[in-house]
Write a protein that binds this ligand. Sequence first.
Ligand code: AMP
Ligand code: ZN
Length: 457
Amino acid sequence: MKLYNTMTQQVEQFVPLEPGKVKIYTCGPTVYNYAHIGNLRTYVSEDILVRSLRFLGYEVIRAMNVTDVGHLESDADEGEDKMLKGARRERKTVWQIADYYTDVFFQDMEKLHLQKPDIVMRATDQIDEYIEFIQVLQDKGYAYQAGGNIYYDVSKFPDYTKLSRMPLENLQHGSRGEVSLDENKRNPYDFALWFTKSKFDDQEMKWDSPFGRGYPGWHLECSVISLKALGEQLDIHCGGVDHISTHHTNEIAQTESYTGRKWVNYWWHAEFLITDEGRMSKSKGGFLSLSRLQELGYDPMDYKYFLLGSHYRKQLMFSDEGMDSARTAYQKLKERTLALEEAIETEAYLDQFKAALADDLNTANALTLLYAVLKDDSLKSGEKRYIIQQMDTVLGLDLFREKEHDLDVETIERLIAERNAAKSEKNWARADEIRQQLIDMGISIMDGKDGTTWKVN
Ligand code: AMP
Ligand code: ZN
């Protein structure tokens, strides 16, 4: 297996710490809103990584956090808490917001046939571990207290910028390039480990600690959860490219200060999904969630097919035309795979398929091979089915599931009528709930001038 390693900026031969076993950590979602389809692109790419390693014979264990506390609007510890923003927007408690969007995130993963990480931990469940971690950093002289908060002192960590390779003075903090204005910091690149005071004192989530009642800084959770779930060293750490310059840089500094040794062997980063207005992002609003895409008449698998056509390390431009042609191609592909006869075992094509995956996850080549199998007249229909079934254990395109034909039309129409009644009473929450219920049944609804129409995904 060859993988690009952000730390060395090269495609490298992958060698695990322990032969045959791979330990992977993935930065999880911040659950204050729906994941957008850009976030989901990263999770799809990570799923291909994990499934490819498994297909190539590795035993993989993967852990992921769920960020339900501490992530401020800017990655450089500035601005309001994201969870609190979500709670205000929806007039709910932060805990309700976290539970709701965590559930929706895992539903989205299921719709895209993504394997759930083997270990999932919520940031709010690790408070004792954060306290211990911070105390060790204090004892070792990496952390200081100022203005009621505890900060990590980046000047104490040699090679702080080794991942991004940006000179400190150029280091762009946060995805939007801002540098922290917090006057308590000894230098602007220091980052918070624990807050007891911030400009936003209405923070709902607070815990008692030896440093005062407060809450953890955002970066802490990934270090602590990864140590707890996977031990002191990791094979692969994953995330989107926006995390390179701040979040992962800070994760490395604090984790290696804590353990006193190298932490991660391969840093793996997925590129952005962009639109003609730039990077898709939650804070900009107007983003597309997977449910919204379904309402627009696309199947989650259409989107996945769209993604697999390009490499995870290239930016991908989202467009209606791109989605339409992915939908057409995917539906045709599925018609062809469903028409294949009963599987007959063969080794044909599988080495080439493995080679495409082992080439830094070349999913576009993997798809090309899949079409080559369909076209190959020297193969029996059943052999084609066997090979493509094997391929689909990695691609996860659900190529052999028949559509359910026994539709319960009466229930669908009753739900649509109920939703319309809820809408006319301005009960948006109920209307959304019903729409979600229909989506879960595999039904998309379209509101038009002449009322609501529906179709099977
Ligand atoms: P968040 O929920 O904001 O913490 O982000 C979840 C994951 O999505 C992280 O790994 C981000 O790096 C990634 N991400 C954020 N924006 C995009 C985007 N436009 N395209 C692809 N991945 C993204
Ligand atoms: Zn992280």
